[in-house]
Design a protein around this ligand. Structure first.
Ligand code: SF4
Length: 327
């Protein structure tokens, strides 16, 4: 029987996710034609399914398909992960109005990429996949100047190895990162690059976001006290999968769930104390449903959460017409 559940705090939605989902919901309420989102607004299956089912929102991976969508929507929302300038330009060509729900902490990395490319630097952009939407968007700001570098242990699929990556001018090289990587692996990767390129420029403020760091810190704090960790996340959530890896490394037994229904397939044999956390894109009602299901199966379960919630909010984005003017 499971006796204790330690709920991570913070867990779940970050300020960027709250802002992005809020932007889609507001647009869906206000627009008289269906709203379309370029890519999943955040990387969680339940969030996307609810917006489709309850708000009639369309999700596309190709802007050219927007004009042919049922209802003829003419407003596109860019997801929290950001987009490349090519996508923005195509939206203008198609005459689409835009709502840019890119997280401001991703926009900050785009701004850095543009600045350093203008100044003649080679940008080493550390990421966990060349196919991640955030990596594609950031690289798109300065494609000629950017080399993707795999975070420690991840190479292939368009990612250079930090031990072997070559740059045209080792005196003019800067490192930027995806916002949602493992804090520890990113630090080690930067250390490798710094050893290879002593002049490596590291921007004054880190690119890893506060939500990524706080959720990883909390997993580390709890992991030593539990027999297993449950991580509620979709597989395509970068920050969620990093929590899963960290929990596995720290407590030796981490299990992923999409929702409470997945508990049935998990082996919790011998677990007396369990930790629970969730990705920055996971709605908290999914976590509460996991807790309720555990409680139903373990009537004496004591649930506790310590930690602190974050108090960060991002401004909602404005709708812009195809000419870039606010509507
Ligand atoms: Fe922004 Fe970080 Fe949340 Fe991503 S995880 S949306 S970068 S705050």
């Amino acid at each position: 029987m499971i006796e204790r559940a330690l709920l991570a705090k913070p867990r779940g939605f970050c300020a960027g996710v709250v802002m992005a989902i809020g932007a889609v919901e507001k647009a869906a309420r206000q627009e008289d034609r269906p709203v379309t989102v370029y890519h999943s607004i955040v990387h969680n299956h339940t969030v996307v399914a609810r917006l489709e089912r309850e708000r009639g929102v369309h999700f596309v991976e190709d802007l050219d398909s927007v004009p042919a969508l049922p209802g003829g929507g003419d407003t596109i929302v860019f997801s929290a992960h950001g987009v490349s300038p090519l996508v923005r330009a195509r939206a203008r060509e198609l005459g689409l109005s835009t709502i840019d729900a890119t997280c401001p902490l991703v926009t900050k990395v785009h701004t850095e990429a543009k600045k350093y490319a203008r100044e003649g630097y080679t940008i080493l952009l550390i990421g966990d996949s060349a196919r991640h939407q955030e990596v594609i968007g950031t690289q798109g700001e300065a494609p000629e100047a950017t080399l993707l570098v795999g975070v420690l242990g991840k190479t292939g699929e368009g990612l250079h190895d930090p031990y072997t990556v070559r740059v045209p001018d080792p005196e003019r090289v800067v490192v930027l990162t995806q916002t949602t990587l493992s804090v520890d692996d990113t630090r080690r990767t930067v250390d490798i690059l710094k050893a290879r390129f002593p002049a490596l420029l590291i921007p004054p403020s880190e690119d890893l976001c506060y939500a990524t760091k706080n959720r990883q810190d909390e997993v580390k704090r709890i992991a030593k006290q539990v027999d297993a960790f449950l991580v509620v996340t979709s597989t395509h959530s970068s920050n969620g999968m990093r929590l899963l890896e960290l929990a596995e490394a720290e407590c030796g037994r981490a299990l992923r769930l999409e929702s409470a229904a997945d508990l049935d397939g998990l082996n919790l044999e011998g677990v007396r104390t369990v930790g629970i956390t969730s990705a920055a894109s996971t709605p908290d009602d999914l976590v509460q449903a996991v807790v309720e299901r555990l409680r139903a199966a373990n009537p004496a379960l004591v649930v506790s959460e310590e930690g602190e919630w974050e108090h960060i909010e991002f401004r909602e984005p404005k709708k812009l017409g195809p000419n870039g003017m606010a509507l």
